[in-house]
Design a protein around this ligand. Sequence first.
Ligand code: MG
Length: 324
Amino acid sequence: MMGKLLAERVLPRFPDRASGRIGLEALDDGATVDVPAGCELVVTTDSHVVKPVFFPGGNIGTLAAAGTTNDLAVMGARPLALTLSAIIEEGFPIADLERILDAFADVLAAVDASVACGDTKVMPAGEVDGIVLNTTGLGAAPHAVSDAEFAPGDRIILTGSVGDHGMALLAAREDFRLATTLESDVAAVWPLVEIALSIGGVRAMKDPTRGGLAAALNEMARKASLGIEIVETAIPIHDPVLGISEILGISPLEVANEGKAILVVSPDAAAAIVEALREHPLGSEATVIGTVGEEYPGRVILATEVGGRRFLDMPLGDPVPRIC
Ligand code: MG
């Protein structure tokens, strides 16, 4: 049965794009992945437990592929290949599994990456909630980009609006019964990163996933021992996100995004990068939201709408469990 599942439902969806000598179709004990000459191999891993499995704007398959390739992208690495492990609850509909595999394949096609190898385990009903996906990503970078090597005066670019994924998931949970037009922003950011890297001047990058923009900026400021000053009114936030955030009392700056990147760039490159990002559909709202400074090292300062300044702290807890 497993052989039939692989041959009929899995392999046709995942053509070998990586130039490894032994690919997925070989069904060997492992696969090989060629790394372009002069590149570092970048590796990342993630497990996905999102609830609900299907949500407005995507599903767990979109999320796993985008989440993993986005971690590679913000390391400055072109995604090459992913592993895909699925832990599935007995009785999970095959049609749902196929939708999830299709979504995973669509994201990989968008970044021209392959599935190198995979694994499937079926657990007895009740021992796992629907489906859990684990993915390890392999990427290649001429010089991997950290999330902390930046300097005072550098500009902070955000590639688009924040809060969409977290608020869309919250709204979609049955216990809230909120009817909205909100969709998750889940998408692969590599095309945007590739544009920025081609211009140059990119010092550091990070994807603002769990804990949102607030957590990502705080981590960056702490690691660099520098201050980051953000202009509140410059942060793009869509109206439905603001609406849900007010109803639930959860800040849109503290919930996960799955299709955005924070880029710290040299001051002279900022305008050109923003202009180029805006020409891509995923970057139409890209903008400079702040600057790196030396005041308050390790902290994030928010210049507020009413003209004040306050610390934007690391979120204390996770307001939205099982978000990714
Ligand atoms: Mg990340």
